[in-house]
Design a protein around this ligand. Structure first.
Ligand SMILES: Nc1nc2c(c(=O)[nH]1)N[C@H]1C(S)=C(S)[C@@H](COP(=O)(O)O)O[C@H]1N2
Ligand SMILES: [Mo]
Length: 251
């Protein structure tokens, strides 16, 4: 448990749960009700109470950048679809954004760049216990959402990836709209001023800097706005969540 986690848990105990009574939209759906019941839901809600939704993850300087940015999990998706795109240096890549949006769209990497760009030097913390600092450049996810216009019933952003860890179980992840609109949440296409390497998720991967490594979906294939992730994968909001990890992986 990180110091922050421990601190949050103590904060929950100190408040006796009373401060959590003013529930928001999360209690309105079946999935939300389940999340709220769990300790994890409490952690997330306390974290939101203690740090405003706009709080930034720490940013570092050029001098702090790790000499090598370790790659983890999938490092070379083997599906024919991905292999074909890779052979062509991703020239034919299009990110499909759909689901509960007014204007579904497909974006080339140039189209994404045209929506806006941000660079940040941040620390990546893997649940396995290692960290690396890297410089990321990408399009703020908020700018993409502004373009596709989520419908009022949209609550989560789901990231479908090209790779799978087990046969026929594609990697996927999800975050809520608050996290999606956070200024440091990027669809990143560059690492340390170079085109994103295949091992780190080319051509496009998520950066969601206030959460652990497994939330940062690599090899983005499709983004889907949903009102619940109950019917996606095994229903827990991500590949690793379906295998027991927490959905809100706050650092
Ligand atoms: N599509 C996909 N995304 C993924 C993974 C993966 O296996 N597949 N692994 C996750 C884990 S556990 C970590 S720590 C980071 C690793 O990112 P890196 O390879 O750039 O270090 O990617 C995350 N995103
Ligand atoms: Mo990880």
């Amino acid at each position: 448990m990180t110091d922050r986690r421990r601190f949050l848990r103590n904060a929950v105990l100190a408040m006796g749960g009373a401060a959590l009574a003013g529930c928001d939209a999360i209690s309105q759906s079946d999935t939300g009700a389940k999340v709220l019941d769990s300790a994890e839901g409490v952690t997330r809600r306390v974290q939101r109470l203690l740090s405003p939704s706009t709080a930034l993850a720490k940013e570092f300087t050029e001098a702090d950048i790790s000499p090598v940015f370790k790659a983890n999990g999938s490092t070379l998706p083997d599906t024919p679809e991905y292999q074909a795109l890779m052979r062509d240096h991703f020239a034919g890549y299009r990110l499909d954004v759909g689901g509960l949006v007014a204007r579904p769209a497909q974006f080339s990497l140039d189209a994404l760049r045209a929506l806006g760009t941000r660079t940040q030097i941040t620390r990546h913390d893997c649940v396995e216990g290692w960290s690396v600092i890297g410089k990321w450049t990408g399009t703020p996810l908020g700018a993409v959402l502004d373009h596709v216009q989520p419908r009022p019933d949209a609550r989560y952003v789901v990231f479908h990836c090209f790779d799978h860890i087990e046969e026929d179980t594609p990697y996927y992840e999800s975050i809520d709209l608050t996290e999606a609109r956070h200024p440091q949440t990027l669809l990143a296409y560059a690492l340390n001023d170079a085109t994103l390497p295949v091992a780190n998720g080319a051509p496009l991967r998520l950066r969601v800097e206030r959460q652990l490594g497994y939330k940062h979906a690599k090899y983005l294939r499709r983004i889907e706005l949903v009102d619940s992730f109950a019917r996606i994968g095994e229903g827990r909001g991500g590949y690793w969540e379906d295998n027991g990890y927490e959905w809100y992986a706050g650092i």
